[in-house]
Structure formats: C-alpha cells, structure tokens
Design a protein around this ligand. Structure first.
Ligand code: 6PG
Length: 262
C-alpha cells in the first residue's frame, strides 16, 4: 500500500467553476502530452457533473485549444445499460462531447455493455487496456495520464460502491461489480488502476456531497464505507475540485490542504 498522498483540494464558487477548472487541467495536460510526443490517455467519469465539463470543452472557448487527435478516451466506469440508454456514461460523452469535436471513433474506447455478460465485459475491457497501454501480459498496470472521477453522496467513486466486491478487486484491472442498491451490475476500473493515475481529478458539487466529502478527506480511513478514500493512496497527483456547497462541512485539520480559488 503506498503512503498517503496529500490531496490538493480546490474550493470553487460553483459547479460551473469546477467544470472550468477541470477543462483547464484537461487542456493543459493534453497539450503537454502532445509536446512530449505521446498520446494523452484520459478516463472519463460518469454521472451528471461531467456534462458541464463536456459542454465547456466542446464550446468555442476550448474546442480549438485541445489537440483532439492525440487523445485516447476511456471510461472509468459504465452502467449496465445499452450505449443508447439515457443512463449510459458513453451516451453522455457522445452526445455532449464526441459528436461536437474532431475525434475519430478509433480514439474512443467504450466499455462494452451489449450482447455480453458483465464478467466478459470486464474481461474484454481489461484486454483493451492491456493492448492500448502496451502492457506485457497480465502484470502490467495502465497509468492513465488523467482520470476524472466524481463522488456520490455515499462516498463512492467510479462504480466502487460501499461494501461491494469492486473494493477488493486488487488483482484485476476492470471489475463487474454487482451493486445491491441498484440491483444490477456496474463495470468499473478497479482501485489499483484508479490509484495509478498520474493525475486524478475529482469533480464534486452540491450540498448533498458535503457530509461524505468531509469523511472522505478528513475522516478516519474506512474505504469500505467511503470508497473515495482509496485515492488517499493515489500514486500520482490527486486534485479535488469542489464547489463551496460540497465543501461546506470541511473542517480544519486532517489530511489535505484546502485552497479556496476565487
Ligand atoms: C457514475 C459515476 C459515479 C459518479 C458519482 C457522482 O457512473 O455514476 O461514475 O461515480 O461520478 O455518482 O455523480 P454526479 O456527478 O452525478 O454527482
């Protein structure tokens, strides 16, 4: 287990500012990767918060600043629904980003969810990561340049939910995680893959997240209850972009410096 990293917590005025900060990080890192001469690998988050990010990135303000052709788009997790379903994380990214910017389908790696079992979907996506990250066999670990994550009111991230099997999937890259509260599966990158991200950026907004955010950042280490705490053992740079509502219960002390960006 790696040592606890000190999270970089940035408090912003609104969810729009959270999205803007995320768009700036994405744009800067993508251009740095281009200058360094390697593809930029990003794992997109699910949920509703990324929608604001996608809309910014596809807007005139950012669209022409991003080297779209040098980016490979992956997903941190996916709901167990067809890619045409309104709950699909892929559909959200397609509708709000991919259909509006110059990316080739060959640059996009959706998690398979149709005509396949959850277990085979996880296995297939794992093989996609092994191939696209040029990993030698099963022992390699994909290190994403950037992983976007959200956090649920219960402290989950990606589809690592409290008290579910994915929290212990430390020998695989992708897990088919049955989530009792939904009565269905989610396909998710596993904790080791999330922890290996070079830059991990959480986007958290809204007062419903405040109690969990306080526990995740400042509470006793209990990832069974608060899976987002797993990123305390992130091997890269972990940034928390949070709005003032989500940060409203953050107390002084504990891990992580809290910066207010106004
Ligand atoms: C998903 C996500 C999930 C999400 C959080 C926050 O597929 O739903 O990956 O982890 O990021 O639930 O969701 P919101 O951004 O909608 O609050």
């Amino acid at each position: 287990m790696s040592q606890v990293s000190t999270p970089d917590v940035r408090v912003l005025n609104s969810s729009d500012e959270v999205a803007r900060a995320a768009a700036d990080i994405f744009t800067d890192l993508a251009n740095q990767a281009l200058k360094a001469g390697h593809p930029f690998t990003v794992a997109l988050s699910g949920g509703s918060t990324p929608k604001l990010l996608y809309r910014l990135l596809s807007s005139g303000e950012y669209k022409n600043r991003v080297p779209w052709g040098s980016i490979k788009f992956f997903f941190g997790d996916e709901r167990w629904v067809p890619h045409t379903h309104p709950d699909s994380n892929y559909k959200l990214a397609k509708d709000e980003l991919f259909d509006k910017v110059p990316v080739d389908p060959a640059q996009i790696f959706p998690i398979p969810t149709e005509h396949i079992s959850p277990e085979d979907a996880a296995d297939q996506y794992s093989k996609t990561l092994v191939r696209e990250f040029n990993l030698m066999g099963e022992k390699g670990m994909p290190r994403f340049d950037l992983i976007f994550l959200g956090m649920g009111d219960d402290g989950h991230t990606a589809s690592c939910f409290p008290h579910t099997g994915a929290l212990h999937a430390n020998e695989t890259l992708v897990d088919a995680n049955f989530v009792p509260k939904f009565g269905t599966y989610r396909i998710t990158l596993t904790p080791p893959v999330l922890q290996a991200g070079r830059e991990v950026v959480f986007m958290v907004a809204g007062d419903s997240k405040a109690p969990a955010l306080q526990e995740v950042l400042k509470g006793a280490y209990n990832p069974e209850m608060y899976p987002s705490q797993l990123l305390r053992h992130g091997q890269g740079h972990v940034i928390w972009l949070v709005d003032t509502a989500a940060a409203s219960q953050l107390k002084d002390g504990g891990t992580g410096q809290v910066r207010t960006e106004h």
